[in-house]
Design a protein around this ligand. Structure first.
Ligand code: ZN
Length: 206
C-alpha cells in the first residue's frame, strides 16, 4: 500500500542527508522556526515549498479557508505555542485566490458541517456587501473576498491576547497578510503588517 509514497520518502531522506549529513540529527534536538504560517488546507498551497523553507524553519497551521476563529482551540493552541514557546518573529496569514472554501461560504447551496466552519466568511461578505457589490465580475469579487478574509485574519491574530501580551512583554513579533496566486505561484503582500498596538490601532481602529 502506498509504495510510491514510501519510496519517495526514502529518496527524500537520502537526498537531504547527502546535501547535509547533520540535517536530521540537528532537528531531533530542537526546532526554532522564526515563522508561523496560517494558511488554507488546499493541496495546491504547500506552505514550506512556496517560500523555500526547510523542515524546522516554519511552524504551520492549515485549515479550510485559513480561518482564525477566536474560539477555535486548535488554532489558539498553535498560536500560543508559536508565540510563547517557539517565540516566532512573524505570523503570516496566507490566503489564496480561487479558494474553494471562500467560494462555498457565499454559495446558495448547502455543504453540511463545513457551512458552520465557513460562517465567518459569510458574515464578512455581508459586512462588506457594498464594497463587493460594485465588482461586476464574479471571479474578481471572490478574489477580493479572499483578500478581505486575510485582512480579517490579520485583525483577529493581531488583537489576540497571546500577541498583545507578547508586545507588552517587549517581544518583537509582526503579523502579516499575504495572498497566494495558484495561477503563477507568487504571493502578494496585502500591506497590512502589524508590529504593535499602535500599528493595530492605526490600521483597524479608525
Ligand atoms: Zn483555500
Amino acid at each position: 500500500m502506498l509504495e510510491n509514497l514510501k519510496a519517495n520518502n526514502q529518496a527524500w531522506a537520502r537526498a537531504k542527508k547527502q546535501v547535509d549529513p547533520g540535517f536530521f540529527s540537528r532537528l531531533v534536538n530542537q526546532q526554532s522556526p522564526e515563522y508561523l504560517w496560517i494558511g488554507c488546507a488546499d493541496s495546491r498551497v504547500p506552505a514550506n515549498e512556496i517560500v523555500g523553507l526547510d523542515p524546522g524553519e516554519m511552524f504551520v497551521h492549515r485549515n479550510v479557508a485559513n480561518l482564525t476563529p477566536p474560539s477555535d482551540a486548535n488554532y489558539l493552541s498553535v498560536l500560543q505555542y508559536a508565540v510563547e514557546v517557539l517565540k516566532v518573529k512573524h505570523v503570516l496569514v496566507v490566503g489564496h485566490y480561487g479558494c474553494g472554501g471562500v467560494r462555498a461560504a457565499v454559495e446558495n447551496t448547502s455543504h453540511g458541517l463545513i457551512d458552520h466552519w465557513l460562517s465567518p466568511i459569510r458574515d464578512l461578505a455581508h459586512e462588506k456587501r457594498h464594497e463587493l457589490g460594485v465588482i461586476g465580475d464574479e471571479q474578481a469579487r471572490l478574489d477580493r473576498l479572499c483578500e478581505l478574509n486575510v485582512i480579517r485574519g490579520v485583525r483577529n491574530v493581531a488583537s489576540n491576547p497571546f500577541i498583545t501580551s507578547a508586545w507588552d512583554r517587549g517581544d518583537d513579533i509582526a503579523v502579516h497578510g499575504w495572498v497566494y496566486s495558484l495561477a503563477n505561484g507568487l504571493v502578494s503582500d496585502l500591506n497590512v503588517s502589524v508590529r504593535s498596538r499602535d500599528e493595530f490601532a492605526e490600521l483597524f481602529l479608525d
